[in-house]
Design a protein around this ligand. Structure first.
Ligand SMILES: Cc1ncc(COP(=O)(O)O)c(C=O)c1O
Length: 470
């Protein structure tokens, strides 16, 4: 068999990139020569010996650059015949051909962000991401990935990594008084993801979904989107008024730890009444435990799910509220009867949390960093809350300040909420009127005040402005 003669190698001048880093520079210069066809397909590369003399680098450096070009598919190394440029270079396989050279257009800027933002006084229900130790998080991710190896990067179980579910179950047992095991936990991207899975899986058009009034609007909206008939249930000082629950409903959504937005804790007798109602009405109870980690005056009550002897409570929790909002990891603890159908929905929608974040969280929870962060952030939030309360004039009424990330500030009787919020906006304060959370109830005028994502200096400065408005 006759071997075709390789095209002759042009002289490759010593590249300037060598001065920045020899091995990388040699690799880049040779790759550029291949892509520009200065070294055409089939041509033989100079020997490392001759190139080392001309480029004033060691042969070892060039061997490493040649090996990398080989690994990436640019050259073939044939024993006895040197190194040749491949007939087809990898760029031809990984990049589609450009039909015509079109000039790049500058991207349009995103429209202003409509959602809640940190460091805007007094936007509510935001954690302070700057309290989160990114170095520890980066170490946890690196340790998690290295300990797991490539197997963990394959599609995981739709319920989430078993090790993470184990850690979450441990945390809920120790801190939320729940008797749960890893096989009841489903990892989600947050509470709203949990509500979405519940709506898709459990609600049919015409079903009744009971919600708190006032209450968390996204829950109401998600249930409506599934075609459910929303029944607004008023709340009293003890939380959801269980007396007002209908005889028949598919589910009731509640925030027992710190009612959203009024902030009271659902009393034990109401908890028992709610569970009793769920058993009688054959309904599900959705427990949203969104900010239960933050209590400033006493130990929290255990989660409602801890009393759930009939397995009717779907518990939803989140790391987005206590670590940082962009994390997008939460969890559910689900009744045995619902687990297969919720997992089927989860798998269908393909919204599982990425393996990297899950592995990082396994380390973060297991190493104790999570509880350390909770302790430190609770301390910081309590100081911020106290500073803000001290700014408010004597005689002001606030409620729900014993826990969570916000409180309710009641305005003087006869005030108009929207007008007050407009006056506040004029001095740079973003307040949410209580009326925006109401469905049917009419409550005295009030605004929701968040203080957690502000520094003490910001709180003092803007607290004075708020006091002047009052
Ligand atoms: C009552 C309540 N539940 C859930 C959430 C959202 O949780 P996540 O970000 O995990 O979806 C919020 C956000 O403010 C909330 O106020």
């Amino acid at each position: 068999m006759s071997r075709r003669k390789a095209p002759s190698t042009p002289d490759l001048p010593r590249p300037e990139t060598l001065d920045a880093g020899k091995q990388q520079g040699a690799y880049e210069a040779l790759r550029r020569a291949i892509l520009s066809r200065q070294l055409p397909a089939g041509s033989r590369l100079p020997s490392t010996r001759s190139l080392a003399v001309r480029w004033l680098v060691s042969r070892g450096t060039l061997e490493a650059a040649f090996d990398r070009l080989h690994d990436e598919g640019y050259v073939q190394r044939v024993a006895g015949s040197g190194t040749r440029v491949c007939a087809v270079i990898p760029e031809q396989f990984i990049a589609a051909p450009m039909l015509a050279q079109t000039p790049r257009r500058p991207p349009e800027p995103d429209p202003p962000h409509g959602g809640v933002q940190s460091h805007v006084p007094f936007v509510a229900r935001r954690p302070d991401a700057s309290l989160f130790d990114l170095k520890t998080w980066a170490r946890c991710i690196a340790r998690g990935l290295l300990a797991a190896g490539p197997g963990a990067l394959e599609a995981a179980h739709p319920a989430g990594l078993p090790a993470l579910r184990e850690q979450i179950a441990d945390y809920l047992r120790s801190y939320r008084g729940m008797h749960c095991e890893a096989d009841e936990v489903i990892v989600t991207s947050g509470i709203r993801h949990g509500l979405d899975l519940i709506a898709r899986t459990l609600l049919q058009p015409g079903d009744t979904a009971c919600v708190e009034d006032p209450g968390y609007k996204p829950a109401r909206q998600r249930f409506s989107l599934a075609g459910a008939r929303i029944q607004a249930i008023p709340v009293t000082d003890e939380g959801l008024d269980t007396e007002q629950l209908p005889g028949q409903a598919r589910l009731a959504y509640v925030t027992p730890a710190h009612q959203a937005p009024l902030g009271m804790t659902l009393s034990v007798s109401r908890r028992l009444a709610l569970l009793d109602w769920a058993a009688r009405a054959n309904a599900w109870v959705v427990e949203d435990d969104y900010d239960s980690e933050y209590n400033y005056t006493s130990a929290p009550l255990a989660a409602l799910k801890s009393l759930d002897s009939n397995d009717r409570v779907i518990y939803c929790g989140s790391f987005n509220k206590n670590l940082f909002p962009g994390l997008r990891v939460g969890f559910m603890v689900v009744p045995k009867a619902l687990r297969p159908s919720l997992l089927r929905t989860l798998q269908l929608t393909g919204q599982a949390v990425g393996a990297t974040d899950q592995l990082g969280l396994v380390e973060f929870l297991g190493s104790g960093a999570f509880v350390r962060h909770l302790r430190a952030s609770r301390q910081a939030y309590q100081a911020r809350r106290d500073t803000l309360l001290a700014c408010l004039p004597q005689g002001c009424t606030v409620t729900g300040q014993h826990a969570g990330l916000h409180f309710v500030l009641w305005l003087p009787a006869g005030s108009a909420e929207l007008e007050f919020c407009a006056r506040a906006a004029a001095v740079g304060l973003t307040l949410q009127p209580l009326g925006r959370f109401c469905v049917e109830v009419a409550l005295p005028p009030a605004v929701i005040i968040g203080y957690t994502a502000l520094t003490l200096a910001q709180i003092r400065f803007h607290g004075r402005a708020l006091a002047q408005l009052l």
